[in-house]
Design a protein around this ligand. Structure first.
Ligand SMILES: [Zn+2]
Ligand SMILES: [Zn+2]
Length: 126
């Protein structure tokens, strides 16, 4: 199962023809901000039991941006973070491999990796 129908670029909204032309990236500045917000949130909500309203105030994780390699420095893309090109995760097996690799990173929980995987899984052909 291989991705052949790539989503449009998040920055310029034009089609991305092939995986190598695009990259998924996450902003390191936003990730650091999220980690600090989570620390504050945990200080404000100590203990194992969290009420429903408190859970809703949990800081939202940072989304991954899908963009042309040439758009990475654009409005919503930035080059301060972690990125890899689309051909690194254009099959289900590669996406799983990347997920296992990223799970070793402490900061992964500050990103919406699950959303990114679902997004590309939904356009996997075959
Ligand atoms: Zn673009
Ligand atoms: Zn950034």
């Amino acid at each position: 199962m291989k991705v052949t129908n790539w989503p449009d670029c998040d920055v310029c909204h034009k089609p991305v023809s092939r995986g190598k032309a695009g990259a998924l990236s996450v902003c390191a500045t936003q990730v650091k901000r999220h980690e600090a917000e989570v620390r504050q949130w945990k200080d404000a909500h100590p203990g194992p039991i969290v009420s429903g309203s408190a859970a809703q105030s949990y800081p939202r994780a940072v989304p991954w941006v899908w963009a042309h390699r040439t758009c990475q420095d654009g409005e919503t893309g930035c080059d301060c973070g972690y990125w890899f090109s689309g051909d690194r995760f254009d099959t289900t097996a590669k996406a799983l491999g990347w997920t296992l690799h990223l799970m070793e990173k402490e900061w992964l929980a500050s990103t919406e990796w699950e959303d990114a995987v679902r997004r590309f899984h939904s356009v996997t052909n075959g």
